[in-house]
Ligand binder design. Structure first.
Ligand code: SF4
Length: 238
């Protein structure tokens, strides 16, 4: 057997071993049962996301691991047509190990369910960095670059028809350039050929109550563009 074939065989065996741990009742250190089941059981290809989660493991690849309570991988349908990408977990997400479960998450869920007429579990929701930055600071460039391959792999597995980035950091991480959210939101961009709509982060709306009405209107305009792209019926007077 050539060295390359031998290496591929070892990688394949390691992958199978990690995947089998939860199935046989063992836990990979730092890998909770919650975290391996946070994809919808009815998904079209949950195994790929589960194995990706297993390979991330008890990640210590960047310093955000030092302050986290739970790694927040993402959740939703593995076959989702639409993926929302935020910046990183906040306090509630860090405690729950789930994305967008705090106040900003409630607003996002309202947009998905009341605005778009979908169920939250119909879409996929994740972040650029999987661990909470201390005091909710912006993730640093090195942290983003270290964690970004996981997001890229998630998107590669899910293959959504549309990606919606929430806030400046998510947009610039996937587009690979500086992004001015107030000037550039509401336009279509491309992430490796997949249409990408950039809009405001729900937390930004909540942090600016004096502009809430205007910001919500802008987000609703962007969401309507996504709905049209996905062939969803846009209800009037939202
Ligand atoms: S933020 Fe990403 S790269 Fe950093 S420790 Fe968490 S999972 Fe690993």
């Amino acid at each position: 057997m050539s060295p390359r074939a031998e290496l591929l065989e070892i990688v394949s065996q390691l992958k199978n071993l990690l995947i089998s741990y939860p199935q046989i009742g063992l836990e990979v250190p730092g890998l909770s049962r919650q975290s391996v089941t946070d994809t919808n059981p009815g998904d079209t290809s949950p195994g790929d996301l589960i194995s990706l989660r297993a390979l991330i493991g008890d990640c210590k690849r960047c310093k955000l691991s030092e302050g986290r309570t739970k790694l927040v991988f993402g959740e939703g349908a593995a076959g989702a047509r639409l993926v929302f990408v935020g910046e990183g977990p906040g306090a509630e997400e860090d405690a729950a190990g789930r994305p967008f479960v705090g106040e900003a998450g409630k607003l996002l869920t309202k947009i998905i369910e009341s605005g778009m007429g979908l169920k939250r579990e119909d879409v996929y929701i994740c972040n650029v960095v999987k661990c909470r930055p201390p005091k909710n600071r912006d993730p640093e460039g090195e942290e983003i670059q270290t964690c970004l391959p996981f997001l890229r792999q998630q998107l590669g597995i899910i293959k959504p028809e549309v990606i919606c980035t929430l806030g400046r950091i998510a947009a610039q991480s996937l587009l690979g350039r500086e992004f001015k959210i107030t000037q550039e939101r509401g336009n279509w961009f491309s992430y490796l050929g997949t249409p990408l709509m950039a809009t405001f982060h729900p937390a930004y709306i909540l942090r600016n109550p004096s502009e809430e009405r205007q910001l919500k209107r802008a987000v609703w305009e962007d969401v309507q563009k996504i709905m049209r792209k996905l062939g969803l019926k846009v209800r009037k007077n939202e």
